[in-house]
Design a protein. Sequence first.
Length: 237
Amino acid sequence: MELKNAVAVCLISLFSATLVVLIARSLDSQAASQLQPQLASIVEELQALRKQGGISASPGAASNSETAADGLVVYYLHSTTRCPTCQSIESQAKEAVETEFASQLKSGEITWKVLNYEQPAAKPLATKFEIQMPVVVLAKMKAGEVQDWKRLDEVWALVGDKPAFAKYVAGEINRMLTGDKRPTLAVPKPSTPTIPVPVAEAPGPAAPKEPPTIPVPVTKTSDPSGPKEPPVLPIPE
């Protein structure tokens, strides 16, 4: 990027010098003297651009590789190959930051940056943040140095739930801004329906058994008329 800026400045300088020569040859000395202050102003502007590092690709846009002097940087680091899920993580994270922290973005307290961690300019950050795949990283900066950082790996588990995704990202940003060091609660996983298993009832106390009936033996008789009644004894007077 610096080489491109230097070439652009050189080309503009060469064009301006050529233009000065052509104007000087076509005009008389009086007209040239009137034009001299304007040409001097152009030369001063070119020198100022060279001191600032050249002409940026878009006015007011900061380079992706530069770091903020102070504040919180919300990085989205991605690889050269982009998948739909990676792009969704980026768009949802950016939307969450812009929606929940609009005033902090405007004041510069929070900065949103997108980096390709496979590019040489982002290699130091990718190594520091231990990047293995596209992810959101929060980095608290001070004097251009990373003072504290956190990688938000849970964005992959929540990308399918937009409200939960936004709540998670906003919550982690608030924790980083306030310096809350308490451990983050685990992200709840969707519960599976529990199928009730019938439980066999425990048998109650056994009912007391009735005593067995003992058959009373009956004396058989050879008289078909049945057993005879005992004789009636006379009662003495």
